[in-house]
Write a protein that binds this ligand. Structure first.
Ligand code: ADP
Length: 173
């Protein structure tokens, strides 16, 4: 008997509660068990438009949590910083999601990241579950293309094209 492995990418976001609780190191250590490669990483403030695009499906699926999910990831409850990471390797999505645990931190495996560090905020009802992880190859591609430009990744995982742009950029003075 043999198993076929699939080379996959997965977007992981250490959410603002993960940052403010100083869990970055713990989370990256836990995810290193997967032996996947990190091919992109950046600390960033999440613009509202990016958050809304990221949670577009959530708006249709769970409209009652959409607004609070936006407020949560843009920093309205904790801090306006997240760490966005792209993992790459065999069966990446399943490996990452197993270690992250399911959405509701109370139901998540207690040794998963969400089970160990997440909480349901008793005032807001928000599942403060510390991390986001892409749940399918299709969503991983959408999310990675939304959060990262090709030049920010250490490997070429999707087809690219050259474009001439005249934009103002911030440079060292
Ligand atoms: P996941 O992040 O596991 O892919 P969803 O895309 O369904 O889950 O939800 C996005 C985020 O919205 C969750 O990670 C969580 O922070 C919040 N959320 C989802 N469902 C609920 C809920 N029923 N009550 C409170 N917060 C929720």
């Amino acid at each position: 008997m043999f198993f076929i492995m699939v080379l996959q990418q997965c977007l992981v976001i250490i959410k603002p509660d993960g940052i403010i609780k100083s869990l970055t190191g713990n989370i990256i250590t836990a995810l290193s068990e997967t032996k996947l490669k990190i091919i992109g990483a950046k600390i960033m403030k999440v613009p509202k438009a990016l958050a809304e695009e990221h949670y577009k499906e959530l708006k249709a699926k769970k409209p009652h949590v959409f607004e609070s999910a936006i407020k949560y990831i843009t920093g309205g409850f904790h801090t306006d910083r997240v760490l966005a990471l792209v993992y790459h390797g065999d069966d990446g999505i399943e490996k990452i999601r197993k270690i992250c645990g399911i959405t509701n931190p109370e139901d998540a495996d207690p040794v998963s990241i969400r089970g160990r560090y997440g909480r349901i905020n008793s005032k807001t009802g928000v599942f403060e579950n510390v991390v986001h992880a892409s749940d399918s190859e299709e969503n991983a591609e959408k999310e990675i293309k939304l959060w990262f430009s090709p030049s920010e990744l250490a490997e070429k995982i999707y087809p690219t094209k050259s474009e001439k742009r005249e934009t103002e950029v911030l440079a060292w003075a």
